[in-house]
Design a binder for this molecule. Structure first.
Ligand code: 5GP
Ligand code: ZN
Length: 146
C-alpha cells in the first residue's frame, strides 16, 4: 500500500526501532510513546482494522503478545501494561493499518484510565447479547442465512 505509513515502515522505506520481526508481523517502538517502551505490533499484511484481518494472522500476532509484553515490562520496570487496539477514527485510530499497542504502565503516570462504565436496564443485556450472537453466526456461517 503506497500511501500507508505502516506499510512503508514494514518495507523499511521509513526507519523505525524494531524490537521483533518475523514473516507475519513486526514490532517497533511508537515514535510518540504514552510511556517509554510503548511498542506497536503490526501484521505485515495491509488491513484497515481488526475486522478485516485474517483469523490466522490475528492468532499469530496474539501468540507473540505474552513474550513481547513480558519483555516490555522487564525492560521498563513497569508495574503493569495495557494492550489496546484502536479501531476506527471514533475509537482513536489514526493509522489505518491495524496494530496492537503495548503500553507499559506506572502508578504515577499521566494516563487517564480506566474508562467510565455504565449499566444495563431491563432486558437490554439480553437484546444486545442476541444481536451479537446473530451477527457472529452470520459471519461464521454465511451460507446458513442466519
Ligand atoms: P493509532 O492511533 O492508529 O491506534 O496508533 C498509531 C500510533 O502510531 C500512534 O501511537 C503514533 O504515535 C504512532 N506513529 C505514527 N507515526 C509513526 C512513525 O512514523 N513511527 C513510529 N514508530 N510510530 C508512529
Ligand atoms: Zn499498510
Amino acid at each position: 500500500m503506497d500511501h500507508c505509513l505502516f506499510c512503508k515502515i514494514i518495507e523499511n522505506r521509513i526507519p523505525s526501532r524494531r524490537v521483533y520481526q518475523d514473516d507475519v508481523c513486526i514490532a517497533f517502538l511508537d515514535i510518540n510513546p504514552v510511556n517509554r517502551g510503548h511498542v506497536l505490533i503490526v501484521p505485515r499484511l495491509h488491513h484497515e482494522d481488526l475486522t478485516s484481518l485474517p483469523p490466522e494472522v490475528a492468532a499469530h500476532v496474539a501468540s507473540k503478545l505474552p513474550a513481547l509484553c513480558a519483555a516490555v515490562v522487564r525492560a521498563t520496570g513497569a508495574e503493569g501494561f495495557n494492550v489496546i487496539v484502536n479501531n476506527g477514527k471514533v475509537a482513536g485510530q489514526t493509522i489505518f493499518h491495524g496494530h496492537w499497542h503495548i503500553i507499559p504502565r506506572f502508578h504515577d503516570d499521566t494516563v487517564n484510565w480506566p474508562w467510565p462504565q455504565g449499566a444495563y436496564f431491563g432486558d437490554e443485556i439480553q437484546q444486545i447479547g442476541f444481536a451479537i450472537e446473530k451477527e457472529l453466526a452470520a459471519l461464521q456461517n454465511p451460507e446458513s442465512g442466519a
